[in-house]
Design a protein around this ligand. Structure first.
Ligand code: DCP
Ligand code: MG
Length: 696
């Protein structure tokens, strides 16, 4: 039976209590679920905002350049451009172009170099001669980061508070908004007559009356149509409450975009739909300065035109695996593949996940708690550096860079502070790292510099230091501060942490192909080291994970990265020992560090993370491995908990039904279920009306 005839048959029915009147597909329970951000709620509304040519816009606004002038943001002389505005794109200039190629395509192109830190300097600046200074300069993303924060602030100020706001910063220029609770409130105000009363017989599983509207005004929004043939009929169906919810959401999004434009001068594009997966595709659908609405009835048609490798979390290895297994990248080709076959070829969990994803089903949460978990400042040297003096100059820059970002994070107001500092050093194919705690009272630029020098000194003690091709400094292990009277005391490090300077060594030999010549590669490399130390179980755990939508850029400025909710916070402990000194050769210890080490003699086999005292180095190591495995697990759970839980539940449902030809229906109904559990873990029988939702 076609989806539209399902719809019509359903609407023509005359449920008890409302003789002769069509009823909605949705129940009172579904409407109520909106207020609690239930991710399985079929009336859910999520938006994705993506700034248009972000870095380019920042430069245009900063320099007052008219909107119709072609501009690109440049990083060094011979590398690709990192952002290209839309007038420049009209000349077929893209990120793949070098400045020279771009100028050939458009002689009047304005090429603005990114701001840089310069060796020996302690501030970033826009410099006329930056392009030729790859050896002495380091890219600074601060201008973009600062604007990104201003945009977030404007969005948050514009949206109502009081539990009606859920905003997730997904990258430097992307934001997800779960507008469900906000829209619920607006719908109650506007449609109080239909939605405000109690359900018939007090039964929340009763269907809602239909909205008293027959046509919705989508203004200038790009509305994804329903395609040809049978589905097109759905266009003549009256709007139901899901359409109304999306309409209200699109009004909110239009206003948010308007406020960003008005207050800060930036344009952005948006996608509005029932989940993150679809909204992210929607925001890229029509650019610049437009918004695309994907109504539930249009999901199937919308997705069928895509390559599945364009879908969030399918751009990486899993996508490749699927393409290999089925010899296609087209969503439409895979829609005909039965779920059993997907499970067979890709494994139960991945098979069900892909099945749902291809049908636009995604219950992953908009996570407003996403906060920076680590900061990294790094430089790849061309040519390699060969002296302590050179390294020291770079460590000063890293410390200044990181401290400036910590200030932005509110470290001076004691909002948050990192607990550990980590230095990576690369020599030939070998990468080594050292890490240690950051005593709270040492948290300023100078002390970060001292700690960094100390870590570097430890690395040099082992020899094989020069030439050095890459150095990176990171801070991690952020913890919340306590406001009010406790002030700085709340940041005092705990007993053992202040005493023990933990150093971790992870010398690793890798092929030059794997060389860590950009910081975007360093992050996964750091993760790989942790995996290596953890054994097969964890390895297996990670190979099935989906990649986060951020930090996956391949040409992002080489040496500047912020991780959100990342495992970077957990330091590699493949070989950990207690170090005994903090000094830089020939230099006195920082005063505070001396004070700390004097106060607190080193405890040889204490765990710096949980205060446990271990009997010997091996026990300490295995204990740290346990921490590490647990961290990985938590990290993974945090990142994909919603999708994961849902996939597991779906797998369970499907396993139970395996062989009975009902797997497909189960997978669909699992996501459309009206269960009150937001995790979707316990899937009950699908509610009446839910199977009528059309996912394509
Ligand atoms: N970026 C980068 N390297 C990449 C991709 C992006 O340095 N490979 C930076 C520059 C971009 C910013 O991140 O301005 C945001 O990335 P987007 O992918 O959103 O690209 P734009 O905002 O530039 O363009 P669009 O209008 O397509 O969103
Ligand atoms: Mg963008």
């Amino acid at each position: 039976m076609s989806s539209s005839s399902f719809r019509n048959r359903h609407r023509d029915s005359s449920p008890a209590g409302a003789p002769g009147r069509k009823r909605s597909q949705f129940t009172y329970r579904h409407f109520n679920q909106m207020a609690s951000y239930n991710t399985s709620c079929p009336l859910r509304v999520v938006a994705h905002l993506d700034l248009d040519c972000f870095y380019a816009q920042v430069e245009m606004v900063r320099l007052g350049i008219p909107e119709d002038k072609p501009l690109a943001v440049q990083q060094w002389e011979r590398q690709g451009l990192i952002a290209v505005n839309y007038p420049a794109r009209a000349f077929k200039i893209g990120r793949h172009c070098t400045v020279t190629e771009a100028r050939r395509l458009c002689p009047e192109l304005i090429a603005q170099h990114v701001a840089t830190w310069r060796e020996g300097d302690d501030k970033w600046a826009y410099r006329e001669d930056a392009a030729e200074h790859i050896a002495t300069d380091k890219v600074s993303l601060d201008p973009y980061r600062l604007e990104s924060r201003r945009i977030m602030r404007v969005i948050k100020e514009h949206l109502p508070g009081g539990g009606l706001q859920k905003v997730e910063k997904a990258s430097i220029d992307e934001v997800f908004l779960d507008l469900t609770a906000h829209v619920h409130q607006v719908m109650l105000e506007r449609y109080g007559e239909e939605l405000g009363g109690p359900p018939p017989y007090g039964d929340v599983s009763e269907e809602l009356p239909m909205p008293a509207v027959t046509a919705l005004d989508w203004k200038a929004d790009a509305l994804v149509d329903l395609g040809e043939g049978d589905r097109q009929e759905g266009e003549f169906d009256d709007p139901d409450w899901d359409d109304v919810a999306l309409l209200v959401a699109s009004e909110i999004v239009r206003n948010v975009r308007g406020v960003i434009r008005e207050k800060l001068g930036y344009s952005c594009s948006a996608g509005v739909s029932r989940n993150k997966l679809l909204s992210k595709l929607g925001s890229a659908h029509k650019k610049p300065n437009q918004q695309t609405v994907i109504r539930n009835r249009a999901v199937g048609h919308f997705l069928s035109g895509f390559k599945f490798t364009k879908i969030r979390n399918l751009g990486g290895k899993l996508g490749e695996q699927v393409a290999d297994a089925f010899k296609t990248e087209a969503v439409s080709d895979l829609l005909t593949v039965p779920i059993e076959q997907l499970r067979q070829k890709l494994g139960d969990e991945n098979g069900v996940w892909i099945y749902e994803t291809l049908r636009g089903i995604d219950t992953s949460e908009v996570n407003s708690g996403t906060q920076i978990k680590s900061m990294l400042s790094a430089k790849s040297f061309r040519p390699d550096i060969t002296t302590v003096e050179q390294a020291t100059k770079w460590l000063r820059i890293f410390a200044a860079d990181i401290f400036a970002r910590l200030v932005e994070e509110g470290v001076l107001e004691h909002k948050r502070r990192p607990k550990t500092i980590n230095l990576h050093h690369r020599h030939g194919n070998q990468t080594r790292s050292r890490s240690g705690p950051i005593p709270a009272r040492l948290l300023n630029e100078e002390s970060l510099f001292e700690l960094a020098k100390n870590l570097f000194h430890q690395i040099t003690l082992e020899g094989d230091t020069w030439p050095c091709s890459n150095l990176s400094l990171s801070v991690a292990g952020f913890e919340e501060g306590v406001s009010g009277n406790m002030g700085i005391d709340s940041f005092l490090v705990k007993g053992d942490e202040a005493r023990v300077l933990k150093s971790s060594e992870s010398a690793r030999t890798s092929s030059s192909k794997e060389a860590l010549d950009t910081s975007t590669r360093q992050q996964p490399a750091a993760k790989r080291r942790r995996i290596d130390g953890a054994g097969g179980g964890i390895q297996r755990f990670l190979t099935t994970k989906r990649e986060p939508s951020q930090d996956t850029r391949t040409t992002a400025p080489e040496d500047d990265l912020v991780r959100r909710n990342s495992g970077e916070a957990k330091l590699g402990t493949s070989k950990t020992y207690v170090a005994s000194g903090m000094g830089w050769p020939g230099e006195p210890l920082p005063e505070e560090a001396q004070a700390d080490s004097r106060r607190s003699p080193i405890t040889p086999h204490a765990c710096s993370r949980c205060d446990a005292n271990l009997g010997g180095p091996e026990e300490l190591q295995s204990h740290l491995d346990w921490h590490f495995a647990k961290d990985l697990q938590e990290e993974e759970e945090e990142r994909v908990s919603q999708a994961f839980a849902n996939r597991q539940a779906s797998t369970a449902v499907n396993n139970a039904r395996a062989g009975s030809q009902k797997g497909a229906a189960a997978a669909s109904s699992a996501s459309a279920s009206g269960s009150n559990k937001s995790t979707g873990r316990s899937k009950k029988k699908p509610e009446r009306g839910q199977s009528k939702l059309n996912f394509g």
